[in-house]
Design a protein around this ligand. Structure first.
Ligand SMILES: [Zn+2]
Ligand SMILES: [Zn+2]
Ligand SMILES: [Zn+2]
Ligand SMILES: [Zn+2]
Ligand SMILES: [Zn+2]
Ligand SMILES: [Zn+2]
Length: 416
C-alpha cells in the first residue's frame, strides 16, 4: 500500500484497477465473519473482565498457561481469559483452547512472583485441576509444540474429548474421517482406559481406515521429505473416497451394521422389568477392539447407557461428562456465539446496500488496507507470544486512522 508514494502508479488496488482480480465485498465480509465467529466461539463463553475463580471449577472455559510465570520444569498452572489479559498481558502464553472443570490458578502458590490483579485472595492450590504437557506448550504423543516450526507436514490437530490433549491427525493410529463427518474424538490412550467404548463403536462410531504407519515409519518418510503429490493423495484418499484405499492401508469395516440383528430395538427385547443395560447388550455382540483412536458423530453421548451400573463405571473412570451433551466443545461454542449474537449487528452490511459502486470500491480498499495492517500488527503479538489487549487494538485503530488521513490526502488525485 505504501507504494502510493510512487505517484504515477495507481496505489495498490485502491484506484480500482479493473485488471485486478475482483474480490467482492461480500466475500471479504464472509471471510471476516468466519474468523470472527471462530474467535467468538472460543472466547465468547468466557468472561473477559472478571477472573473466573469465584465460579469454582468452571464446566468449560478458555484457558491459558503462562510460560513466563510457570515455565517448563516448574509446576504447571492454568489461568482464565480475564487473567491472561490483566495479569499476564506481556507474558509468553500458551493458548490451551478450552478445558473442562478447571479453576483459575492465577497468583496462587504456583506463582512465585505474581499476584493476581483480579482475584488475589485465592486458595493455595486447586486440587481438582488436571494438568498435562499442554501446560508446557507440548501436544500429542509426539510431544511437540504447536505450531511446530520443524514440522512441514500440514496436519490438523484434533482434541481428545476425554484427556483434552491435542493430537496430530496422523498420530491417532488411523486416518481420521473428514472433519465434517465426525464431532468428537477419543484418543488411543483414552480408548484403552475407557475400553467399554469399544462395544459402542459398531453402532455409533464413524468408520475409519487404519493406516499401517507407525511413528518410526514417519520419521523415515520425514527424512525422505514427502512430496506434495503424496500428501495430496493421502488427504484425498482418507477423505472423499473412504472405500478406495492404498495397499498399505486396510479397511476396517467394524462400523458397518453388518448383521441385521444389530439394528434390534431395545424396546422389543425388553421382557422383564429389569432395566436393560445397553452396554451389556452390545458386549454380547462381536466388537472389535483396536489400538486406534475413535471418532463419534454428534449426539452420540446421549446414546450411551445410563443404567445404574454404567453410571457407577463412569464415575469410577472419572468420565461422567461422557453422558453430558452440554460438556461438548460444540455446546460451549454455541453458548459463546448465542451470548453475543444479540448485541451484535453488522452496521457495515446495513449501510452497504445504500451505497453506489464507487463508494463500495472505496470501502473495499479501505477494508483491505485495514485487514493487511491489522494482520501485520497482530502477527507481532503472535511472534512475541504476547496477548493482545483491548488497548492494543484501540491503539491500532487510532494509528490506522491517522495513517488513513495521511493516505487520503495523498491519494485524493486517484480516489475522488
Ligand atoms: Zn483468573
Ligand atoms: Zn505470567
Ligand atoms: Zn489474575
Ligand atoms: Zn503428534
Ligand atoms: Zn485422550
Ligand atoms: Zn448400562
Amino acid at each position: 500500500m505504501e507504494a502510493a508514494a510512487g505517484g504515477a502508479e495507481p496505489a495498490g488496488g485502491c484506484a480500482g484497477a479493473p485488471e485486478e482480480p475482483v474480490v467482492s465485498l461480500a466475500d471479504v465480509l464472509a471471510e471476516n465473519e468466519e474468523l470472527e465467529k471462530e474467535a467468538r466461539a472460543v472466547l465468547g463463553g468466557s468472561d473477559h473482565e472478571r477472573c473466573s475463580y469465584s465460579q469454582g471449577a468452571v464446566k468449560r472455559q478458555a484457558l491459558y498457561a503462562c510460560s513466563t510465570c510457570t515455565p517448563p520444569g516448574e509446576e504447571p498452572a492454568g489461568i482464565c481469559l480475564a487473567c491472561s489479559y490483566e495479569c499476564h498481558g506481556t507474558h509468553k502464553l500458551f493458548e490451551l483452547y478450552t478445558k473442562r472443570n478447571f479453576r483459575c490458578d492465577c497468583g496462587n502458590s504456583k506463582f512465585k512472583n505474581l499476584q493476581c490483579k483480579l482475584f488475589p485472595e485465592k486458595g493455595k492450590v486447586n486440587s481438582g485441576n488436571k494438568y498435562n504437557h499442554n501446560f508446557y506448550g507440548l501436544y500429542c504423543v509426539c510431544e511437540r509444540p504447536y505450531p511446530d516450526p520443524e514440522d512441514e507436514i500440514p496436519d490438523e490437530m484434533i482434541q481428545c474429548i476425554v484427556c483434552e490433549d491435542w493430537f496430530h491427525g496422523r498420530h491417532l493410529g488411523t486416518v481420521p474421517p473428514e472433519s465434517g463427518d465426525f464431532h468428537e474424538m477419543v484418543c488411543q490412550t483414552c480408548m484403552n482406559s475407557c475400553a467399554f467404548l469399544w462395544a459402542y463403536t459398531s453402532q455409533l462410531a464413524v468408520p475409519t481406515v487404519t493406516k499401517v504407519k507407525s511413528l518410526e515409519d514417519e520419521k523415515i518418510v520425514l527424512n525422505v521429505k514427502e512430496s506434495e503429490e503424496q500428501k495430496r493423495e493421502i488427504k484425498k484418499e482418507s477423505g472423499d473416497h473412504p472405500g478406495k484405499i492404498k495397499e498399505e492401508e486396510q479397511v476396517e469395516q467394524f462400523n458397518e451394521p453388518s448383521t441385521s440383528s444389530g439394528s434390534k430395538c431395545p424396546e422389543t427385547v425388553l421382557k422383564s422389568d429389569e432395566p436393560v443395560c445397553k452396554l451389556r447388550e452390545l458386549q454380547t455382540m462381536q466388537s472389535l477392539k483396536k489400538d486406534t483412536a475413535t471418532f463419534w458423530p454428534s449426539n452420540w453421548r446421549s446414546k450411551l447407557c445410563t443404567c445404574k451400573d454404567c453410571l457407577k463405571m463412569y464415575s469410577e473412570l472419572d468420565v461422567q461428562f461422557l453422558i453430558d451433551e452440554c460438556d461438548t466443545v460444540l455446546a460451549y461454542e454455541n453458548k459463546g456465539t448465542s451470548d453475543q449474537e444479540t448485541d451484535r449487528r453488522d452496521p457495515l452490511m446495513d449501510t452497504l446496500n445504500s451505497m453506489n459502486r464507487v463508494q463500495q470500491v472505496e470501502l473495499i480498499c479501505e477494508y483491505n488496507d485495514l485487514k493487511t495492517e491489522l494482520t501485520e500488527y497482530l502477527r507481532r503479538f503472535a511472534d512475541d507470544g504476547t496477548v493482545v489487549k483491548r488497548e492494543d487494538i484501540q491503539q491500532f485503530f487510532e494509528e490506522f486512522q491517522s495513517r488513513k488521513r495521511r493516505r487520503t490526502n495523498r491519494m485524493q488525485y486517484y480516489c475522488s
